[in-house]
Design a protein around this ligand. Structure first.
Ligand code: MIC
Ligand code: MG
Length: 301
């Protein structure tokens, strides 16, 4: 009950150990704190907090409109719900060097195990859309140096994302990734690579873990965990997937309600009350103090 049983520092150490083991870490994106619980329950290695999802949740496009406070608040709510390490999308750091320093410390306080900062020009956009731009080398490196310098916990994973592949080409993206690692990045997120061979080239050329972004409807095909592990990828994120699944289901249910006048036909696809209570650990609360809340369940159909 009340969730995370581990300190942020223990989760950071666990992520680092897991990365050292060489085993691929799969991180579905949690669109809310409860989803983080589900991700843990299903045996995944980490939870991702997507900038696109935080924005979409607020009804905003992913074009740098969300504020550090909004992202950090949501991230803290998600991270405290799970014992898994949380990796958060820090976009471009919400400004340049000084803002980056504040961003890192604020997200560190929110309990994340790691964060990624990218080299897009502001206003940023989804890395799988056309027309994005990247900053000069000097600015990109300064962002990473500022992030690394600002962290207080040396185990906080600072990941550099480069969007250069789609803008400057493969070779330039790899050069930039090498420079970002020299600037202190603990891991690299090469955005919008197109083939497993490209992931393999990054993973073998860089001395740090490499992340693959398996976002749907983007520029990368949806490679399997085996393909990514064979390519030497260390972390895979499914950033917006659960939001897409949930919103797809919500839309179908609303259509059914319009058409049928009740949700009866939709009940078999719903998470049951019992399963919801299990995820929320009602039993733990009742055991902690039965006088605070006692509950009984009706039989599920
Ligand atoms: C990973 C990403 O940065 C995110 O915010 O989740 C997005 C995902 C998406 O828009 O599909 C991205 O830029 O790839
Ligand atoms: Mg993003």
């Amino acid at each position: 009950m009340l969730y995370s049983t581990l300190t942020p520092s223990a989760k950071r150490q666990a992520l680092r150990a897991r990365l050292r083991s060489g085993e691929l870490v799969e991180m579905p994106g949690a669109f809310n704190p409860l989803a983080a619980r589900l991700i843990q329950d299903k045996g995944f290695g980490g939870v991702y907090v997507s900038g696109a999802v935080v924005a979409a949740d607020l009804g905003l496009p992913d074009v740098g409109l969300t504020t550090l406070t909004e992202v950090a608040t949501r991230t803290g709510q998600i991270a405290r719900m799970t014992d898994l390490p949380t990796l958060v999308d820090a976009d471009t750091g919400f400004g340049e060097a000084m803002n980056m320093a504040r961003t890192v410390q604020t997200l560190e306080d929110a309990g994340v195990a790691g964060l990624h900062v990218e080299d897009q020009v502001n206003p940023k956009r989804c890395g799988h859309l056309d027309g994005k731009q990247v900053v000069e080398d000097a600015t990109a490196l300064q962002r990473v140096r500022a992030a690394v310098q600002a962290r207080r916990d040396p185990d906080l994973l600072i990941m550099a994302r480069t969007d250069a592949r789609a803008v400057l080409g493969f070779g330039a993206a790899l050069d930039r990734a090498r420079a970002l690692v020299d600037a202190g990045a603990d891991a690299v997120f090469p955005e919008a690579l197109t083939t497993p061979a490209e992931f393999e080239a990054f993973a073998s050329a860089l001395p740090v873990p490499v992340l693959a972004n398996m976002t749907e409807f983007g520029k990368s095909e949806l490679f399997t965990r085996e393909q990514l592990a064979d390519a030497g990828v260390a972390i895979v994120i499914y950033p917006v997937s659960l939001l897409r699944v949930a919103m797809g289901a919500a839309e179908r249910a609303l259509d059914a309600l319009r058409a049928e006048g009740s949700l009866r036909s939709q009940v078999p696809g719903m998470q049951t009350r019992a399963r919801l209570y299990e995820l929320l650990d009602y039993a733990g609360y009742a055991a902690f103090d039965g006088s605070v809340y006692d509950f009984t369940l009706k039989e599920e159909p």
